[in-house]
Write a protein that binds this ligand. Sequence first.
Ligand code: ZN
Length: 461
Amino acid sequence: MRAGIYARISQDPYETTLGVQRQIEDCTREAKRRGWEIIETYVDNDVSATRSKVRPEYVRMMADVAHGHINALIVWDIDRLTRTPRELEDIIDLADKMNLSMANIGGEIDLSTPQGKMTARIKGSVARHESDQSSRRLKRAYQQRAMAGKMHGYAGFGFQRVDRDGELWDIPHPEQAEIVNEGARRYAAGESLRGICQDFMRRGISGPKTDNWTTTTLRQIMQRPVNIGLRQYRGEIIGKANADPIMTEDLYNQVMARLNDPERIKHALGRTPLYLLTSIAKCGFCGGTMRMTRARVVSGKNAPDQYNCKDCFKVRRKREPVDQIVTGAVIARLGDPKIMVALSKDTKGELPRLRDKLDGLKARLDVAADQFAEGTITGDQLKRINSKIMPDLEETKRRVGHLEGTNPVLALIGRDAAQSWENAPLEIQRQVIDALMTVTIMPAGSGGHFDPELIKIEWKV
Ligand SMILES: [Zn+2]
């Protein structure tokens, strides 16, 4: 067979020449598969939507068929070849007369039988087909671009797209990248996805596309390999993306290690306490822990939210005033500069960096262990990785341990402790309370007036 390839691009959303090159690649492969020899390649690049525009290569191709120079034709699909029913009929006539063999990608265009002609006509006229094909072309374009590390679609949340030396490139979006990083840092530090989402919404931070943040959205955003400049295609990392990273590999690894930790997945199904002092406050009668009972009506009376001892059932107190007392005490304490000194010896402010590094090293160990478990790396490789990481890890641990007293309180200490506290999510508030103090709710006599003196606060630092 003396075959010709006919390629045409009408509206390629990305790069016109790439689109043509793509069609030719696929057609060449198809020719090879069929054992056809390619002796001509025709390329029309009519980007415009004007259908009357003359296609010089189409005309040349038709002439070559008419003269018998080629007796086979490969196109991406029939819609690449003909743009109108009129053109299709011309091809059908010519194919009849010249006994032209035709193929498209993944199929035969058999114009020698009535059935084939009908198929071609249907294909040429059904609009749905056109959109199917464009989506197939798009997918092919995605694949090609993915392989080349190029960006497609829109810039993901956290990124903005720029032109860099003629290439589309994703760079960190000034505000969104910070949001992604904040989410990742907080998640890696132990907050729940839900808590972070709630906090984002409370602060009025818009999510991707909507104002809503769901745990699914947040998880998806945090685990994108493009966050560290890598390209994923169909679940596999296939190389570098045309993107600048928006977070450090350390942080990314920490997030991934926690997301994939089976224990975490189990815990995530459990409920996070919704109240400030649940399981933190102690019963002054039996030493048991207090839990929250929601407001309800008891024998015709309105019973407000209250903390109850879940062990002896003898101590209970209205929740709101207890929370207020504890909150006031914490904020006052957070504003005290002495607490920083008490909590840490980090006079040079090295702690955040060291803690990040430590977590990153731990995560790398975890990842290596996972890879070993999955069989991706051998025991020897695991040993090598571990022996490389361990000395660094031990040294970092030692330095962090030296500088660090109790945390996460340190993050809330500052000039505006009240504001920091206000902004902190419930989980962090609870961690801070737990780190700073013990709260004991002393038994009250019958009488029912709330007595602040019966809420005992003892400082741990
Ligand atoms: Zn008790």
